[in-house]
Write a protein that binds this ligand. Structure first.
Ligand code: SF4
Ligand code: SF4
Length: 256
C-alpha cells in the first residue's frame, strides 16, 4: 500500500533518492517545491500547479488528466497511466477504513449479481430486474463529458465477500460535485448501519479531495430509498427526471 504522505505532486516518491540521502536535495514535499532541479524558475511548476488547484498530487486534481501534463512531466511517457493508478489507489482506499474497496471488473460480475438479485424491493421500484448484462452495462456507462478516469464502479469486500456496490462519478455534473448512480449493500447487512457508515466515509473521502457536494437520485415512491438517503443528510433539490417506467427524485448533500 502506498504511503501517500511521501508522494510528490508529480506522483514520484523522494524516499530512497540518492540525492536526498547525500543531502544534495531536501525533497520537494519538505522544500515546498523549491528544490535544486528547479532553482532557476523558483519552484517546480507541477508542485506550484497542484498548490493552485488544491490537489495533493496531479491525479487528484479536478483537471486531471490535463493537456499540459505530458509536456510538464516529459521525463515519464507513462505519466497519465502512473497518476491514474495512484488516483485509483488513493480514492478506493479512502472509501473505507475497514473494507477493501476496488474497481469492479468482469470477474466480479457473478458476485455483484448475487448481491443485487436479493434486493427484490429495489427492482420493484427500479425495473428491469438485474442481470449480468445490466451490471456490465452499468459498469461501463458514463454521463456526458466524463471518462472512465472519473468513474468508480466499486465493490466493498470483507475478505472475499462482496458486501456493497457503488457507482460513483467524480466531477459530475460539475467539477466540485460527485454523483452516486447506484449504491447497494447486501440484504443481510441492511438495517445494521453498514450503508450509513459507508456513506459517511464516502462523504469524508470526497470532501478530502475538494468535492463540495454529492448528488444522487431515488425512485419516487420507494420509501426505503427515500428514508435511507434523507437519514444520511440528503435533501430533495426539487428537480425530477422522468423515465418511461419511473420518476427519479434528485437529491443533494453539501459537504464541509
Ligand atoms: S518534478 Fe516537481 S513535484 Fe516532481 S519530484 Fe520534482 S520537484 Fe517534486
Ligand atoms: S493535473 Fe494539470 S492542472 Fe492539475 S495540478 Fe497537475 S498539471 Fe496542474
Amino acid at each position: 500500500m502506498t504511503d501517500f504522505s511521501t508522494i510528490t505532486a508529480c506522483g514520484e516518491c523522494c524516499v530512497g533518492c540518492s540525492k536526498k540521502i547525500d543531502g544534495l536535495c531536501p525533497g520537494c514535499i519538505e522544500a515546498d517545491g523549491r528544490v535544486p532541479e528547479w532553482a532557476q524558475s523558483g519552484m517546480c511548476k507541477v508542485h506550484a500547479c497542484c498548490k493552485e488547484h488544491n490537489a495533493r498530487f496531479c491525479g487528484l486534481c479536478s483537471e486531471f488528466p490535463c493537456d499540459k501534463l505530458p509536456q510538464m512531466i516529459s521525463w515519464n511517457p507513462e505519466i497519465i497511466k502512473h497518476l491514474s493508478a495512484l488516483r485509483d489507489e488513493y480514492i478506493c482506499s479512502s472509501l473505507s477504513g475497514k473494507y477493501t474497496v476496488r474497481k469492479l471488473s468482469e470477474a466480479d460480475i457473478p458476485k455483484a449479481l448475487s448481491l443485487c438479485e436479493k434486493n427484490t424491493l429495489y427492482y420493484q421500484y427500479c425495473p428491469p430486474f438485474v442481470s449480468e448484462q445490466s451490471i456490465r452495462d452499468d459498469m461501463n456507462a458514463l454521463p456526458p463529458g466524463k471518462t472512465m478516469t472519473d468513474k468508480y464502479y466499486v465493490g466493498y469486500y470483507d475478505e472475499d465477500r462482496l458486501i456493497a456496490v457503488m457507482d460513483l462519478i467524480i466531477g459530475f455534473p460539475d467539477k466540485t460535485t460527485a454523483f452516486i448512480g447506484f449504491f447497494m449493500t447486501e440484504v443481510d447487512a441492511q438495517g445494521k448501519g453498514l450503508g450509513s457508515a459507508l456513506i459517511t466515509e464516502l462523504t469524508n473521502a470526497m470532501s478530502g479531495i475538494g468535492i463540495k457536494e454529492v448528488r444522487l437520485g431515488w425512485v419516487k415512491g420507494n420509501p426505503q430509498a427515500e428514508h435511507f438517503w434523507k437519514k444520511n443528510g440528503f435533501a430533495e433539490t426539487g428537480a425530477t427526471n422522468e423515465t418511461d417506467k419511473y420518476t427519479v427524485v434528485v437529491a443533494r448533500r453539501g459537504l464541509q
